[in-house]
Design a protein around this ligand. Sequence first.
Ligand SMILES: *Cc1c(COP(=O)(O)O)cnc(C)c1O
Length: 376
Amino acid sequence: MAASMPAKERSGAILTVDLDAVRANYRLLRDKAHPAACSAVVKSDAYGLGAAQVGAALYEEGCRHFFVAHLEEGISLRPHVAPDAAIFVLHGPPVDTEGEFTAHGLTPVLNSEPQVAGWRAHAKALGKTLDAIVQVDTGMSRMGLSPQEIDAWLQDAHFLDGIKVRYIMSHLACADERSNPMNGEQLARFIAIRARLPQYRASLANSSGIFLSPDYHFDLVRPGAALYGIAPQGGEPNPLRSVVRLQGKVMQTRTIAAGDHVGYSRRYTASEPRQVATISVGYADGWLRSMSNQGLAIVDGVKVPQIGAISMDSITLDVSAIAQERVVPGSLVDLICAEHPVDAVAAMANTIGYEVLTNLGGRYYREYQGLAQSAR
Ligand SMILES: *Cc1c(COP(=O)(O)O)cnc(C)c1O
């Protein structure tokens, strides 16, 4: 991304990532989860914000447990956090990649019997004991050992030969809904599994799980979204700081008359004369097309509606409420900011903040506030 990143003046939009806010969010989550340890989930390039930058900043804040999804993400992150930080790879080793894990100092999450067997064989071949997390399924039916596989594990004294279990972990399916009965069901299943494997430390909570209750914290919590400012509980005040500011550039403006149409499929028709500004951000930049005729931008604190369909490379705003000299080619308008945060954008796109962040485009000029010493 960095190599092809456009210069600020030439770019169509500016993405500012406030790492001081990420740091503050980390400290809030860490304090809330105490005495459990607090990791940082930086998969998918830290939800689109830059795993290298986020990883280095949170290492500086004292974080020593990082999670990525893919082996390749772990290899990329390794140079940005010192060797005393563990990097856990959620997907575990793809077939025959165990050697890559030990070569790069990565710790797998083992999600299935074949992954356990592969890691056991690798430990044996090296004549070493190797760290791992073992994931157990408590109802999401996605990754982790099934109840039957756990039974088999308990009957096989050699199941984990050569493997040192750092944590057993599971993942919550509905933690963002405080009153969903699934939360209590998964917690009860996890406690029952732990009762059979009492020697191991444990990890269950994602961001939202941290806010359910301390019962969900165990020994290690795994927030991702909350670090990046996404609200952990729908319908409740968001205690986290906003991290992202996206400013789109005005390309041109025009006055349209009553009856004029705007954009593809003429999805907007003016009922009276309007002032229109065209902005250099589109669905190819992750400005989701489902926001056609829905989204908004903020200019000097005033919300201006997005009109018409979202194009690949541009959107159109009704800026009739704004003084014309404030909206000229090169002017910046806020598409994401503290007053219009990621969750509000997501609601307009009929999706979740996670999807808005992970779609943030590669054509933005990116600016970081609060970079780690090592990254300056
Ligand atoms: C993505 C993920 C997390 C982080 O979830 P958030 O909701 O972003 O906090 C934690 N654990 C696992 C297994 C994950 O896949």
